[in-house]
Design a binder for this molecule. Sequence first.
Ligand SMILES: CC(C)(COP(=O)(O)OP(=O)(O)OC[C@H]1O[C@@H](n2cnc3c(N)ncnc32)[C@H](O)[C@@H]1OP(=O)(O)O)[C@@H](O)C(=O)NCCC(=O)NCCS
Length: 147
Amino acid sequence: MPSLREMGHADLDTVTRIEQSAHAHPWTRGNFSDALGSGYLCKVYEQGGVTLGYVVLMLAVDEAQLLNLTIAAEHWRKGLGRALLSESLNMAHGLKLRRMLLEVRPSNTAALGLYRGAGFREIGLRRRYYPADNTEREDAIVMERLL
Ligand SMILES: CC(C)(COP(=O)(O)OP(=O)(O)OC[C@H]1O[C@@H](n2cnc3c(N)ncnc32)[C@H](O)[C@@H]1OP(=O)(O)O)[C@@H](O)C(=O)NCCC(=O)NCCS
């Protein structure tokens, strides 16, 4: 069974490599380093020493913002994203948080399916929130899951 552990600076090469292969608009190594430095909850999801994915949560008073949840591309569609999200929700629940929030691109059908299936509902839209490949920017769907 894969499990979660604290992400550290020693993970940044692996995490950045996975990020680049999984996202059209990847976080940089500096973004992950800043997340660690800012005290965000950063966890690596691994099995037998192999990094399968990771999650980054920003905690506020009574809620968590899911900033990044990624599974390495070679492990997609095996139920690992669902399992990692479920572990993240359990972790937030254990911290007595009231809800989890996230933003997702409307074009990210995989993530939308994952989040809807885990009980997230759409509560808003941030127009032209994300940079995109063309000159237009892409909206962000805001989703919420009560814990
Ligand atoms: C989104 C992501 C984490 C899903 O991980 P995964 O391990 O492949 O997902 P799972 O196998 O657990 O699938 C769970 C659900 O996600 C949805 N899903 C996953 N991949 C999908 C795809 N290619 N197309 C449509 N739906 C998909 C489905 O609803 C699926 O449920 P189902 O198998 O019952 O149909 C993975 O695609 C990823 O890392 N993508 C790049 C990073 C990203 O976009 N992260 C989210 C925003 S930060």
